[in-house]
Write a protein that binds this ligand. Structure first.
Ligand code: IFM
Length: 465
């Protein structure tokens, strides 16, 4: 089979986030984040760990850039730790934090890697949490200040900005399901948090643009294509609801359609929202949220198959159940479903028409172990990436304006509530020694980047000996 050749200007990258790799949680004036606090709660993190040391990237960033250079990656998506820049959330700027990211960006540019900066990847300053976190409008106003400070200091060199990463996780997963910091379980809190995250995005975009001339600015959503478990009306309705609460709840207001009326009605019926207008929405908010952006970032991992019955983990959820189809699964317990990436990209293109799309994250966690030769032969990850790249390529042939792809992740890292039990990296990290070891998938990805093409046949053969 011939290789799948990508457009010549297609961008191949890798992604990380601050709390998951940096460590140095108490160094150089960094303030406390909600994740530092959350990790101290007994039982919050599967292995009782935290991001206090993580991959020690704060001290090893030069080595990590060198790894990327050897891989030939063209772009690096990373996030800025808000508490390193504004330890109290707003007000006093911590010069050492600015310096760290300036050094990082300067070196990336020196070696020809384009920085893609995410401003918020979940490490809210704890001081803001004490004032309500994202349930309070104050967080959105503080985010505006933070975005202004960062873009003023980096905007001459950074030309690709992502305001917020995965607002579903930062709101529903964090304030309703309670698996992420701050660990609340309250629907109203979660829905108001989701709104303030979107307002924060909308407020920040014009400021970033004015501080960073010619920059591209967008937001990243984690999206799931949804499929009913059967053609029954009940399962189709479950699918509608899941799609509405997970995908449309964010996409619709961002693309000027306000919150989906069917989901508002579902939440009102369930008693999660009061009848009438949404109390947390102010007059200008919908216009603010629907600010023009240059791209939509998509994090794709798996799909949702919905059946209309209750299960204990989502007992509050009125009508949808996430079904586990017969399938292949990653170590995270996520279904491997490359077709979903194609379906999702096609849907975004036809229904929402973002000017450009990036896959800002896609990857898989597997039980990687060193083999007898001291190597990590992660064939499953290679197949996973190959099949997802192929799905993206099919979307391109359909006319989807997909312009880049970031593999999650460069390094094994702190996987939030799963601690260090999950390895998503294409580079293995030995946490005892902090040694990095590119897995076989990293070598495979280097070839993809070098040739700008994805080999479809005999995935492992050029590499196996
Ligand atoms: O590790 C996370 C990342 O921080 C956000 N997107 C999903 C990844 C895998 O769970």
């Amino acid at each position: 089979m011939p290789d799948l050749v990508f457009p010549s200007n297609f961008i191949w990258g890798v992604a990380t986030s601050a709390y998951q790799i940096e460590g140095a949680a108490q160094e150089d004036g960094r303030g406390e984040s909600i994740w530092d606090r959350f990790c101290q709660q007994p039982g919050a993190i599967e292995d009782g760990s935290s991001g206090a040391v993580a991959c020690d990237h704060y001290h090893r960033w030069r080595e990590d850039i060198e790894l990327m250079r050897e891989l030939g990656v063209q772009a690096y998506r990373f996030s800025i730790a808000w508490p390193r820049i504004l330890p109290q959330g707003f007000g006093r700027v911590n010069r050492a934090g600015i310096d760290f990211y300036q050094r990082l960006v300067d070196r990336l540019l020196e070696v020809g890697i384009t920085p893609f900066v995410t401003l918020y990847h979940w490490d809210l300053p704890q001081t803001l949490q004490e004032r309500g976190g994202w349930t309070a409008r104050l967080a959105a106003e503080a985010f505006l200040e933070y975005a202004e400070v960062v873009s003023r200091h980096l905007g001459d060199r950074v030309k690709h900005w992502i305001t917020i990463n995965e607002p579903w996780c930062a709101s529903l997963l964090s304030y309703q399901i309670g698996r992420h910091a701050p660990g609340y379980r309250n629907w109203y809190a979660a829905l108001s948090a989701s709104h303030h995250l979107l307002v924060a995005h909308g407020l920040a975009v014009p400021v970033i643009r004015s501080n960073s001339r010619g920059a591209e600015v967008g937001i990243t959503l984690n999206l799931k294509p949804c499929y009913p478990a059967s053609p029954s009306a009940a399962d189709r309705d479950a699918c509608r609801h899941f799609d509405g609460s997970f995908n449309r709840w964010f996409l619709d207001p961002l693309f000027g359609r306000r919150y989906p009326a069917d989901i508002v009605a579902d939440y009102q019926t369930a008693g999660y929202l009061p009848a009438g207008d949404l109390p947390f929405v102010q007059d200008q908010d919908y216009a603010t949220i629907a600010v023009r952006t240059d791209f939509l970032g998509v994090n794709y991992y798996d799909r949702a198959v919905l059946r209309n019955t209750r299960i204990p983990e989502v007992q509050n959820e009125p009508r949808t159940v996430w079904l586990a189809p017969e399938s292949e699964w990653t170590a995270m317990g996520w279904e491997v479903y490359p077709q979903g990436l194609f379906d999702l990209l096609a849907r975004l293109h036809f229904e929402y028409q973002p000017p450009k799309l990036y896959i800002t994250e896609n990857g898989a966690s597997y039980r990687d172990e060193l083999d007898g030769r001291g190597e990590i032969n992660d064939q499953q990850r290679i197949v996973f990436l190959r099949d997802h790249f192929a799905a993206a390529h099919r979307a391109l042939t359909l006319g989807v304006p997909l312009v880049g792809y970031f593999v999650w992740s460069l390094l094994d890292n702190f996987e939030w509530d799963r601690g260090y039990t999950q390895r998503f990296g294409i580079v293995y990290v030995d946490y005892a020694t902090q040694q990095r070891l590119p897995k076989r998938s990293a070598h495979w990805y280097r070839e993809v980047i070098r040739t700008n093409a994805v080999p479809l046949d005999a995935v492992a053969s050029p590499l196996s000996s």
